[in-house]
Design a protein around this ligand. Structure first.
Ligand code: ZN
Ligand code: ZN
Length: 262
């Protein structure tokens, strides 16, 4: 009798849960609604980020816990990268938000989104588009000795740079300068937010998306080049084989220009 009772109870519980779930969509708070413009798929805001049409200004929010701020030279280089590509007549503003270190690393994709939900302070307003960058105090879930994630762009205006991983790599191998790791990762992930390479699949005018490493560029020297078959360390050697930080090649720049970029 007891087990039967439990079964009935759990059935009821399931029904209640299902009912709650179906209510979720229609009951979002006004605050959630006002942030809807920052809760879209990767790449869809490329035009709004590149042009001054809908948003005259851009705010970049760097969120980090103590000890994980990127270097000042990285922030300066990122500003230069943005100014070279985006049209924001009202300017680009940087905001820094220092948080308590999130617990539970390594972080999976769900946890990275939770950290954003708990800590992001900048959202789109009438004339300003906001981009969130978390410099993580922990590594990405699933990292191994040979394959590790340096950064991920996961929404239209959201990305994470695994700063802890960059620092560990740089400590292990002094050839990999931390500043260059930071700016390469930042620029690369921002390139994804700008729609590179062929993120939406409908705006390409030169066939330079890598057929195997999708959403990346086939041009060897390009910032958006990535060869997944190699281990991360080999990939890093590729990044560091020249003296300069990898730049966007002319095909990727042409893609940005087609959407209103410089
Ligand atoms: Zn990438
Ligand atoms: Zn390219």
């Amino acid at each position: 009798m007891k087990s039967m009772y439990l079964k009935v109870l759990s059935l009821l519980f399931l029904v209640v849960l299902a009912a709650c779930k179906s209510d979720d969509g229609g009951d979002s708070s006004p605050e959630e609604d006002s942030n809807a413009g920052n809760n879209l798929a990767l790449g869809v805001s490329a035009g709004d980020l590149l042009t001054g049409g809908n948003f005259q200004r851009m705010v970049i929010e760097f969120v980090y816990s103590e000890g994980f701020r990127p270097r000042q030279e990285t922030i300066d280089a990122f500003r230069t990268f943005l100014n070279a590509r985006v049209n924001k007549p009202g300017g680009i503003v940087f905001v820094e938000t220092v948080i308590d270190p999130p617990a539970g690393a390594p972080f999976n994709a769900t946890e990275i989104r939770e950290i954003e939900a708990n800590n992001r302070t900048q959202f789109n307003t009438d004339d300003t588009i906001a981009v969130y960058v978390f410099f993580s105090n922990g590594s990405a879930f699933g990292d191994t000795q040979t394959g590790f994630t340096l950064g991920t762009a996961y929404r239209n205006t959201s990305m994470v740079v695994y700063e802890k991983t960059l620092r560990d790599v740089s400590l292990d191998n002094p050839d990999f300068d931390l500043g260059r790791l930071e700016i390469t990762t930042l620029n690369h992930e921002f390139g994804h937010i700008l729609g590179l390479t062929n993120i939406l699949g409908d705006d390409i005018h030169e066939d330079h998306e890598d057929g195997i490493n999708r959403k990346h560029c086939i041009i060897n020297d390009c910032l958006m080049y990535f060869e997944a078959q190699r281990s991360s360390r080999e990939m890093l050697r590729q990044v560091f084989r020249n003296d300069e930080v990898p730049q966007l090649d002319e095909l990727c720049i042409a893609d940005l220009q087609a959407k209103g970029g410089k």
